[in-house]
Design a protein around this ligand. Structure first.
Ligand code: PPS
Length: 295
């Protein structure tokens, strides 16, 4: 028996072959029927690739740099999470019924599971990717603190599962490649976490251009400052401390953990790194997609 208020950490459930968090899998019928508005903006990512970061950037753009307005609600209410569901939490499909539209919407779904309405309405999509090694580490810590996931096991066990795609949302390799290929036919701005880390102002300008917004350097500066890791980490409307402890326990590992590129070097052993690199090469063979594991 778990202590009162603790979740049972249910196993993932496959949806069309993709393992999903049990509660998320249960609302996929509703998600499938979701009707996008042509001006909704989709923020798509594999978990732990900087979703919250890019969401805060987008909300700052939408609110024209008004920090006070952005601070009125937690990020999961300002940018609804399409397939979210958990005990005691309003689901994504429910929240989306009552938020003003158009809106920015977050998803981690692989390209083949996205509701078809987003394609039919030709919605703009921002995809943010992050190198696999840092994602694996970040995901390992997230599995520990976010109790809606199964137990992660040891770091080595988790890494094996990550490489095999036996984690929530399935294979990182298939996800990043699937969305990379889709950008040829849809309005997708494909961004990299490492590029934002290197020069957030440059990437914010790219986003403004993609959204056909005026290039305002003062706004760029304001967004870069407000969405820095240091600022977001201490912002209760961006750091997920609003989520019940039974779902996210920040005392196990904070959601805003390190926010750097290259943290994998502190966790991968030499042997793990060698086998990961060999596996990576096979998985990414034939793709033009390139990642940086350090900057
Ligand atoms: S989730 O749960 O999948 O939506 O998580 P996501 O937001 O995609 O990713 C969380 C990781 O992003 C880091 N993060 C940031 N890094 C740099 N700058 C900013 N502003 C920022 N905001 C969030 C966060 O710390 C997680 O990475 P790790 O490596 O665990 O620190």
């Amino acid at each position: 028996m778990k202590p009162e208020g603790e979740l049972e950490r249910p196993p993932t459930i496959p949806v069309k072959g993709i393992p999903l968090i049990k509660y998320f899998a249960e609302v996929m019928g509703e998600v499938d029927k979701f009707q996008a508005h042509p001006d909704d903006l989709l923020i798509s990512t594999y978990p732990k690739c900087g979703t919250t970061w890019i969401s805060e950037v987008i909300d700052m753009i939408y609110k024209e740099g008004n920090v006070k307005e952005c601070g009125q609600k937690p990020i999961d209410k300002r940018v609804p999470f399409l397939e979210l569901a958990a005990p005691g939490v309003e689901s994504g499909p429910e929240l989306l019924k009552r938020v003003p539209r158009p809106t920015a919407i977050k998803t981690h779904l692989p390209v083949q599971l996205l509701p078809k309405s987003f394609w039919e309405k030709n919605c703009k999509i921002i995809y943010m990717a992050r190198n696999a090694k840092d994602v694996a580490v970040s995901y390992y810590f997230f599995y520990q603190m976010a109790k809606i996931h199964p137990e992660p096991g040891t770091w080595d066990e988790f890494l094996q599962k990550f490489m095999a795609g036996d984690v929530a949302y399935g294979s990182w390799y298939d996800h990043v490649k699937g969305w990379w290929d889709k950008r040829k036919e849809q309005r997708i701005l494909y961004l990299f976490y490492e590029d934002l880390k290197e020069d957030s102002r440059r990437e914010i300008r790219k986003i403004l251009e993609f959204l056909e917004r005026p290039m305002d350097e003062q706004l760029v500066e304001k967004i870069a400052h407000h969405t820095s890791f240091q600022e977001m980490r201490q912002n209760p409307m961006a750091n997920y401390t609003n989520i019940p402890k039974s779902i996210m326990d920040h005392s196990v590992s904070p959601f805003m953990r390190k926010g750097i590129t290259g943290d994998w070097k502190n966790y991968f052993t030499v042997a793990q790194n060698e086998s990961f690199d060999a596996h990576y090469k096979r998985q990414m063979e034939g793709s033009t997609l390139q990642f940086r594991t350090e900057i």
